[in-house]
Design a protein around this ligand. Structure first.
Ligand SMILES: Nc1ncnc2c1ncn2[C@@H]1O[C@H](COP(=O)(O)OP(=O)(O)O)[C@@H](O)[C@H]1O
Ligand SMILES: [Mg+2]
Length: 290
């Protein structure tokens, strides 16, 4: 029971975007997909949904996703795109949650089970106040949260989140990501989430995979992977990893852009037992923030 890709490749207009990715993600865990702008993160998710053509293999609990009709994939995958601006229809959020459960059918169901599920999803994400609103009347961040509710209400086995908190304030970032990681664990689904905020990846992702120019640079537990060395290589930025609250969290602080980008990535000076406090070779370790 897992998500696996083998030689997963996407070529767009003759340009290789993803070059033979071999990836594994486990159920009940959240995998952060990190990488610089243009690394291919969104393309990876679009290929799984059938929005761009992909070659190779991508299986979910043994079912091959590539080449499978989109309607079948839609039953397995919940996808929240980077921009939910398209979610501007003359239906209430509650009606959309009922409609989403009907899949490809023409009308929404009014049975009690779907109604309970719609209500439950709004409660789970703390969105009850938006039930009777139309998405077009909501802010970008509010629409982003509704997009997540619409993805989850269909009980996906694979949840794909493209920068799920990019438009959310601090409180909503924590509330939504708490809900997602709890849902992932309790329902034993596979969640892949693209983050630009390293601190959120550090806090919420069990595992992390860094893409660099369409290839896997590194992957493993977030604890082992989110190091200054890997961040320097992938983003060309000199970062510090700082322990917060006596090691309960690791904060990532970007210090400066490295002159030669990835080429000058410093070797990790110190790899603590936890693997989380690698720092720049020439800079003394900072005290943890307390
Ligand atoms: N439809 C397309 N046609 C051609 N190139 C594309 C298309 N969509 C994305 N790309 C290119 O693919 C690369 C990866 O894009 P994307 O997956 O959106 O990156 P990101 O990691 O920032 O999400 C970029 O160089 C982008 O220009
Ligand atoms: Mg993207």
């Amino acid at each position: 029971m897992s998500f696996t890709t083998a030689d997963y490749t996407v070529t767009l207009r003759g340009k290789p975007i993803l070059k033979g990715l071999d990836i594994q993600a486990q159920p009940g865990r959240t995998l952060a997909l990190l990488g610089a702008n243009g690394a291919g993160k969104s393309t990876f998710m679009k290929g799984l949904c059938g929005l761009v053509p992909a070659q190779g293999s991508a299986t979910l609990n043994g079912t091959q996703l590539l080449g499978t009709p989109q309607s079948t994939r839609a039953q397995l995958i919940g996808y929240v795109a980077q921009d939910m601006g398209h979610l501007d229809v003359r239906l209430s959020v509650y009606e959309l949650l009922l409609l989403a459960q009907r899949g490809s059918a023409r009308s929404w169901t009014t049975g009690q089970a779907p109604q309970r599920k719609a209500t439950h999803m709004l409660e789970l994400l703390g969105l009850e106040r938006f039930a009777q609103c139309q998405p077009g009347q909501l802010s970008g961040g509010e629409r982003q949260m509704i997009g997540l509710a619409l993805a989850l209400v269909r009980s996906p086995q694979l949840l794909l989140l493209d920068e799920p908190t990019s438009a959310l304030d601090l409180a909503n970032q924590l509330q939504i990501l708490d809900a997602v990681s709890t849902y992932t664990r309790e329902n034993n689904i596979v969640t892949l989430a693209i983050f630009h905020d390293m601190n959120l990846a550090s806090r919420y992702a069990d595992d992390t995979l860094m893409l660099h120019q369409g290839q896997v640079h590194c992957s493993g537990t977030t604890r082992a992977t989110l190091t200054a060395h890997n961040l320097a290589h992938v983003y060309g930025v000199d970062c510090r990893a700082l322990e917060v609250d006596a090691g309960a969290f690791t904060a990532i602080y970007p210090v400066s852009v490295l002159k030669d980008g990835a080429a000058s990535a410093p070797a990790p000076a110190r790899q603590a037992a936890t693997g989380r406090t690698a720092t720049h070779a020439s800079v003394p370790n900072r005290s943890p923030i307390t």
